[in-house]
Design a protein around this ligand. Sequence first.
Ligand SMILES: [Cu+2]
Length: 179
Amino acid sequence: MSKPANPVTIASAVISPWAFMASPTDRIAVAEIKGGPFAPQLRGTVFFRDVPGGVWVSVEASGLPSYRPAEDGFPPVGPHGFHIHEFGDCAVGNPVNPFEGTGNHYNPDGQPHGNHAGDFPVLFSNEGRALMGFFTSRFRVNDIIGRSVVIHQNPDDFRTQPAGASGIKLGCGVICNFN
Ligand SMILES: [Cu+2]
């Protein structure tokens, strides 16, 4: 009997253009995202893999809300603001403003919002599911261990300071060593 394929290896091979050159010594981190009181079904996994010149980030999520347009002075729900925050504290805390312990966006070089090292592309909900991969040269895997990734309710406008008007936090995951 051959050993069953590792689903993690398959997932990262599908969405990483650098998978062909991945070596067993590449630093990899993972964050398991869990939804808070505003999105209790939300689950997600984010992988961070050191690649030449930066990090390949791949994210898979389910249980996101469906898109809702802006209405009655409320901003749209989705596409969802998505960031690295400073602190790896994913305790829900205040249920009307969950995950306050995550602090501000990860911003080691003092940039305005829109150019924080932790500013990521927004996540689009496809009937609740999102699958996305992208490259960043702004940090290495070692720099972000012990911080958190956060998914917000509203879109990130990438200009409102300090957090892009992306609204309440739907889910949170602490970034941990994977290997
Ligand atoms: Cu955020």
